[in-house]
Write a protein that binds this ligand. Sequence first.
Ligand SMILES: Nc1ncnc2c1ncn2[C@@H]1O[C@H](COP(=O)(O)OP(=O)(O)OP(=O)(O)O)[C@@H](O)[C@H]1O
Length: 279
Amino acid sequence: MIKLHHVKKTLDDFSVNYDMHIQTGYITGIVGANGAGKTTLMKLIMNFIYPDEGSVSVFGHQPLQTADKANIGCVFQNSFYDLSMSIKHIIEIHKAMYTNFDEAQFHAYCTAHDVNIESGLSLLSNGALAKLKIFLALSHHAKLLILDEPTLGLDVVSRNEILDILRNYMDDTRTIIISSHIASDLENLCDDLYFINQGTIRMHETMDTIQNQYALIKVSDVAYKRMDTSCIQSIKKESYGYSCLTNQKPFYLENYKDVIIENASIDDLLEFIIKGEPL
Ligand SMILES: Nc1ncnc2c1ncn2[C@@H]1O[C@H](COP(=O)(O)OP(=O)(O)OP(=O)(O)O)[C@@H](O)[C@H]1O
């Protein structure tokens, strides 16, 4: 569905370097701290900015064709319509932009999730505005959804509603790329994750591999010295000794029955990527 081949881009003093293959039928999460380069990645995919080197292909086309944009729904954090506009006006724009804009479906989303279609944008709460952006992105039956922090500003109930809608939206022919600061949202949604730090991909794993193979091992200084660290990827010094990240959980569960071995969350992995000491 999407390939980034040796893509390099420099924006003032920030550079990115991306190689990625995002597969059809997958929900791919993009994880990274503030300023890691997540939005820049999505802008490169959407052809809003162009690579200095390398290539980006979407739907097998390089660069993205204008006709392909009808098959993409996107939500970007900092760009939307002027707040003086009404929702009805925006519906008209989307009907003109997308021949397959499904007004009935859009109404159904808004009605089911308490977004008043009669309203002007300026009267909507932050949460309603966030939902509106998502419903617009979903309502022309796009094959590809690019969602940059779509749940920002939503409470937990609304976030879970949106995650359910995205799960229901998926089928084998559709693809979602989503970034979020809320790791649990991605944990419960994504099939595949890319971890980005300072414009580079630091880790790419399926959610299954993260859940089955990755773990945190918490040991004292003495226990750390005795432990086989050949399958430890990175460590952090802690008050009690060391916290160690492994991608060989079964090995440590089998051989170190007396130490604390915990599942590694997305937040744990990101923290190790940023602050861990690689072995
Ligand atoms: N047009 C631009 N010109 C110069 N620098 C830019 C431009 N766009 C982004 N940057 C810089 O690139 C870096 C990455 O920005 P980006 O928005 O991709 O990060 P992000 O991971 O989406 O962050 P956040 O989670 O905070 O939204 C930041 O340091 C930002 O200031």
